[in-house]
Design a protein around this ligand. Structure first.
Ligand code: GH3
Ligand code: MG
Ligand code: MG
Ligand code: MG
Length: 307
């Protein structure tokens, strides 16, 4: 390995680094050190950091402390207080560095700091080390948040995903709907055909739900045994009804034989809830509303949606 090479590490190959510095010359030096190894994106003011994080989803932020109207320390504190951005590691790059300054960097939530002038090899290796940790943490998180039977996200991811979507919906004054979906008479299906067949049915239904939900911003979660939850950003009541009916039709079209239902095939019931201005929705009461609607769909005879 040459002195300026980083480890050959596939995990961090596609990493994106956000550089925030108000001095063009500093930003150019840092870009120069990183550009042949990683994708970089540079901005010169703290106020833009959140919206840029939304659009480029950086794996690491290199943050200048003295940043004009909004200090790097305040930017870092804001990032660390936000559920969508709190896990992005922040490294401060700063000229001033007495002990008190260092304390402030740690207290703001930084994973590291680098003093100017930046020494290239150490800088590159530090960035590589923090990116590797970040990517390993992402991988672990992804694995612990995936349901092993259906490949969908599992319930562990629900709170974060729903909280993030609620915050975004409120910030952009957009609608947000959730659908709670439950397979009808699934206990009888299992009891008659066995658990293995039950598992196969769950995989087919889960795959169909996932494939029926088109937008990349939509999320499908295995909520429980034979229950699924779809989170649909920018979707109002009419949109939720449309998707619910589409799901009912698509599951019907699978025509999975059910030994004890009237129709002879597997069906689902769906309850939905939509964010509205007149109620202070939390993740919990949005789910509770969808659950109540699902209960009504079951009471009304199953194989239907209540929106
Ligand atoms: P309803 O129409 O009211 O929803 O009736 P149901 O029989 O679907 O509801 P119930 O809650 O009584 O039964 C759910 C069944 O789902 C219980 C269990 O046999 C089955 N189940 C839950 N998780 C799994 C799983 O991972 N694999 C299999 N094969 N079956 C599961
Ligand atoms: Mg500066
Ligand atoms: Mg159930
Ligand atoms: Mg059921």
């Amino acid at each position: 390995m040459q002195s300026n090479e980083v480890n050959n590490n596939k995990l961090i190959d596609d990493s994106i680094i956000l550089i925030v510095d108000d001095e063009p010359i500093n930003a150019t030096v840092i870009e120069g050190l990183l550009a042949s190894h990683f994708k970089t994106h540079t901005i010169n003011c703290g106020e833009e950091v959140m919206s840029v994080c939304d659009s480029i989803k950086p794996d690491l932020i290199l943050l200048d402390v003295m940043l004009g109207s909004m200090s790097g320390l305040d930017v870092c504190k804001e990032l660390k207080a936000h559920p969508s951005y709190k896990d992005i590691p922040v490294i401060f790059i700063t000229a001033i560095m007495d002990q008190e300054d260092q304390n402030q960097c740690w207290q703001a939530g930084a994973v590291d700091f680098v003093t100017k002038p930046v020494y290239g090899v150490t800088f590159l290796n530090r960035v590589t080390a923090h990116l590797t940790l970040k990517k390993q943490a992402d991988l672990l998180k992804q694995q612990t948040q995936q349901d092993s039977l259906t490949g969908l996200k599992n319930r562990r991811s629900l709170n974060t995903t729903l909280t993030q979507n609620l915050l975004l919906a409120k910030r952009h004054s957009q609608a947000l709907s959730v659908l709670m979906i439950d397979i009808d008479w699934f206990k009888q299906y299992n009891d008659q055909l066995g658990h293995q067949q039950g598992d196969n049915c769950l995989i087919k239904v889960a795959t169909e739900i996932k494939n029926s939900i088109n937008r990349p911003t939509d999320t499908t979660i295995r909520y429980g045994g034979e229950e699924f939850l779809c989170i649909l950003p920018d979707t109002d009541i009419q949109g939720a009804q449309f998707i619910a009916h589409k799901l009912l039709a698509n599951i019907k079209n699978l025509a999975i034989k059910h030994p004890t239902t009237e129709s002879g095939i597997v069906s689902i019931s769906v309850g939905s809830a939509t964010l509205s201005d007149d109620k202070n929705f939390t993740p919990e009461n949005l789910i509770n509303s969808a659950d109540t609607a699902l209960y009504q769909a079951k009471q009304q005879g199953r194989n239907r949606c209540v929106c």
